[in-house]
Write a protein that binds this ligand. Structure first.
Ligand code: ZN
Length: 313
C-alpha cells in the first residue's frame, strides 16, 4: 500500500470513528434522496443540520422572530446542510462537501456515511464543485488534513481562494471572519498542495451540462451550478437562502456570514425573480432536506414550494 493510500485510509477511518463516537442510541435514517434529471442521476446527500440563533445573526431580528413564530418554527432554527451528487454516467460530481469535522458533536459531517448508504464511495468522486469556500460547504473536503476524496479535483471560482487562502487577507480581516481562513487552509489547502484545486471565473461551462453562474455577495466567488440534461434543468444555488422561513418573503434580510450583504441581497432578489419567472427547479444548500423545490412570486416577495417526495426517482 502506498503512503498516499495509507493516509487516505487513515483519514476515512478517522471520519468513521468520529461519527461512531457521536452516534446516538436511536440514529436517524440515512439522509439521501434520488432524482432523475434527464440522463443524469442526482442524489441529494445530507451532511446533517445545525442550529443557528438567527435573530442574533440576521439583519432584521424582529422580522426573523415574527416569521418563525407565524410559521410555528422553533428558534434557534435548524438549518439543513445539503450536498448534491450528479452522476452524469461519465463523471461523478459532488457539489459541496458539508462541514466535515469542523462542527463536531455529530450535528454535521454525515456526508460520507450518507454517500456510502447511497451506494458510492469517496474514491468514486472525480469532481467536487464548491459553491463557495465556507466551513459548511468546503469543510468536508478533508479530515485531519487528508483529502477525503482522493481521486477528485475540486473547482471553485477564483475569487474565493483569492480571499480565503490569502495570509494577507486573513491579517486584514475583521476578527469575526478570521475562523474561515484557518478552516480553509485546513480543508481546501490539501487539494492545493496536491495540485487538485482548479479555479474558474463564472460564468463558465465546466462539463457538458454543468455550468457555473456568478452568485456574488455572500462570498466574492459564490457560484451557482446549473445542471442540465435532456432539457431538464436544476439550479444548485448555494447560500442564496439561509432561512427559507424569512428570505423568500423578505429577500432584503441578510446574514452575518455575507461578505458583502448588499450584493448578497441583490443576488437573492435577482435569482428568486428569475427562478420564479422560468420555473427552474432549485436545490438549496440550507433549505429543509432535500432542499429541492420551486420558487413562486407572491404579492409580497416569494414563496417556496417543495418538490413532492417520490418513490420513483
Ligand atoms: Zn456560506
Amino acid at each position: 500500500m502506498s503512503i498516499g493510500k495509507t493516509l487516505i485510509a487513515a483519514a476515512v477511518l478517522a471520519a468513521t470513528a468520529a461519527s461512531a463516537q457521536d452516534a446516538p442510541a436511536w440514529p436517524q435514517a440515512p439522509g439521501y434522496y434520488r432524482m432523475q434529471l434527464g440522463d443524469f442521476r442526482v442524489t441529494v446527500l445530507s451532511d446533517g443540520a445545525v442550529d443557528r440563533d438567527l435573530p442574533a445573526i440576521m439583519s432584521d431580528p424582529d422580522t426573523v422572530r415574527a416569521r418563525y413564530q407565524a410559521q410555528h418554527q422553533a428558534l434557534p432554527a435548524r438549518l439543513s446542510i445539503n450536498c448534491y451528487l450528479i452522476d452524469t454516467g461519465e463523471h461523478r460530481i459532488l457539489v459541496d462537501t458539508g462541514a466535515g469535522e469542523l462542527f463536531g458533536n455529530g450535528v454535521a459531517g454525515h456526508l460520507v456515511a450518507n454517500l456510502r448508504s447511497a451506494g458510492y464511495a469517496p474514491e468514486d468522486i472525480d469532481t467536487v464543485l464548491l459553491t463557495h469556500i465556507h466551513g459548511d460547504h468546503s469543510g468536508g473536503l478533508s479530515i485531519a488534513g487528508q483529502r477525503l476524496f482522493p481521486n477528485a479535483t475540486a473547482y471553485v471560482d477564483a475569487a474565493d481562494p483569492a480571499l480565503w487562502l490569502s495570509k494577507a487577507q486573513e491579517a486584514a480581516a475583521p476578527v469575526a471572519r478570521r475562523a474561515t481562513f484557518g478552516q480553509s487552509q485546513k480543508t481546501v489547502g490539501p487539494y492545493v498542495v496536491a495540485g487538485r484545486l482548479k479555479t474558474f471565473t463564472a460564468p463558465a461551462t465546466l462539463f457538458p451540462g454543468v455550468r457555473a453562474i456568478p452568485l456574488r455577495g455572500h462570498t466574492p466567488g459564490q457560484s451557482g451550478y446549473v445542471i442540465e440534461s435532456q432539457g431538464q434543468r436544476l439550479l444548485l444555488s448555494g447560500d442564496v437562502i439561509h432561512s427559507a422561513e424569512v428570505q423568500f418573503r423578505d429577500p432584503a434580510v441578510t446574514i452575518h456570514y455575507d461578505v458583502d450583504p448588499k450584493a448578497a441581497a441583490a443576488t437573492r432578489e435577482a435569482i428568486l425573480a428569475e427562478t420564479a419567472a422560468n420555473g427552474i427547479l432549485v436545490g438549496g444548500a440550507h433549505i429543509a432536506f432535500p432542499g429541492l423545490g420551486h420558487v413562486t412570486r407572491e404579492t409580497k416577495g416569494y414563496s417556496w414550494v417543495p418538490l413532492p417526495w417520490s418513490s420513483q426517482p
